[in-house]
Design a protein around this ligand. Sequence first.
Ligand code: GDP
Length: 715
Amino acid sequence: MAAKRYPLEKYRNIGIIAHIDAGKTTVSERVLFYTGISHKIGEVHEGAAIMDWMEQERERGITITAAATTCFWTPARDLKNASSEEEKIKIREQHEHRLNIIDTPGHVDFTVEVERSLRVLDGGVTVFDGVAGVEPQSETVWHQADKYKVPRICFINKLDRMGASFENSFNSILERLTPDAVAVQLPIGLEERFEGVVDVLEKKAFMFEGDHGENIKEVEIPSDMVADVEKKRSTLIEKIVEKDESLMEKYLNGEEIPVEQLRQVLRKATINNELVPVFCGSALKNKGVQLMLDGVVDYLPSPLDITHLKPIKGNDPKTGEEIIRQPNDDEPLTALAFKIATDPFVGNLTYFRIYGGTMKKGSYILNSSKGNQERVGRIVRMHANHREDVEEMYSGDLGAIVGLKNTSTGDTLCDPEKPIMLEKITFPEPVINLKIEPKTKADQEKLGIALHRLSDEDPTFRVTGDQDTGETIIWGMGELHLEILVDRMKREFNVEANVGRPRVSYKETIRGNAEAEGKYIRQSGGRGQYGHAKIKVKPLERGKGFVFVNQIKGGVIPQEFIAPIEKGIKEAMDRGIVAGYPMTDLEVTLFDGSYHDVDSSEAAFKIAGSMAFQEAAKNASPVILEPIMKVQTIAPADYLGDVTGDLNSKRGRIESLSDRAMTKVIDAMVPLSEMFGYATKLRSMTQGRGSFTMEFSHYEEVPKSVEQQIVEGKK
Ligand code: GDP
């Protein structure tokens, strides 16, 4: 059962990135299918092995839902000259790569899911629909990948579809995503006549034969393509040599540059995010996927290749000192828990990526984010069609620990002797909330378990309790996000609950400065109470949160009562002043007060702090803040007037209007409270031809007229 240790340079930790419908599922299935065949080392006749696979696929379905699936790939190029099975085995031993495929969700509503998967992968394959080319949601996903500096290759899929165009799709990538895209392949034929692909660098043509396109056959480049291939090859080579001085020199001298050198430079440029190789095919028709996998091996980085772009950086949890780790097994264990999932067979799984060091079954690890140790009872590696128990995992590996109790998404797992805390995954604010109320006592208990589990899995899902009313409130990123979570509570946890309507998560702040004092003094009979604090409040910039400044000198208030005062202020802030929403973006300075030798207590100072704050905030022009969303709507030009008119009526600010193919793109900032039900409205306004994406941008003060409605509970 001892795992084979693959050399780290043969690892590819990649994600297949695409928005819904581009064909991510089909591409992933084919990847697992072909890698399954490729790895079938041994006597099994290949035909039989494939049958085996197809049976299994039908019976159980390939596991493409695992957060990380391991498979193996030997480039077709390396295998093609093998004349016998033995020879193939030898070649595989030398050239086989381990691909860890990290699941990335296609729905941009779950930005966080996309972002956290981008965090753990080293490279990505972006899939496009060869008819539609770059779609609005592809842009969102692309920019997220830019943010994490993920080196990418592209796969233009569905070239068999009616209306497919490699040229248009490729141009849409150049125009909308990156001028650094380079076509390394060209399709042979299109639509129902799509037959194969030409490798532009090698000047070779390939077709895919057999029931599942598993036999790659080299053919002549069709004569009507020869001139175009030459032209595209020159463009490609120009782009490549620009990235390397010595090649440039050769090129300018008119020398023929060996393909292998060109590939090396293209690899380096891809890893540095300077070029993006573009492949093509049809996953459904079993064409091109294997060559795209060769591209993964050729151009996407191993964990060793990207430390200059994304060093493994963290802090010592005690001293805060920065620590840099190297991607090798000799380092202290440094891992990130990037997803918590529930597996029907083994239960609670914590998916992790090891950045440095090794993780052993039976050992204790430190969760440095939570400050507790946990035992690694069982480690599993997910394959396409089975789950493998392993004793140990190494630097660069992705796997899952079974049964961890106190670990949430984004936590760092490390060597207890050499603690490190990796950079936190930053999650956007949950801007929508709703009340949830269990129907029976039994549901109450199940609800508790469900909420606990779901918030462990999903850091943008938060739960709070209203102490006054005993209500439970859940918070999320959007209507759909909460809808799905509520649905999961019903289906997976059998919770029956009454659910309120989604509400906007407003906040409050102050616009002015004020001073106030809070006195909580009770001195009639028995032990008295004495707390007294004087504070100043002042507004801070948006997004700054809460700052507390202690200016007490000479023990006017003893040190042990300062924290209780701050606590009282925070509690008052959470209760709000205008309409009961939590306050933010303000500074409170505690500058004076007094105490009593006998009667002062923490409780008394907490109350004094709270009283002082309420008084000060009331006099500092308190206002309500609302979340503003960045909305991008796309619609045919005919509907432009209706769409912009509607956005204006929603208090939206149109930021830009642009043309894209046959459609108009409208970028706007719109208050979230106005966006409820927009999907339906847009659909009916544009006869189903409009679409939109939306993400949180920032908080802004609400106009007075709206404030009144919020106070009255109408919004
Ligand atoms: P996902 O939503 O990105 O996972 O996309 P799917 O893989 O589920 O594909 C969406 C639809 O496109 C499905 O109906 C697929 O059968 C179809 N599809 C996927 N790849 C291709 C392809 O290469 N050609 C054609 N014609 N259809 C495809």
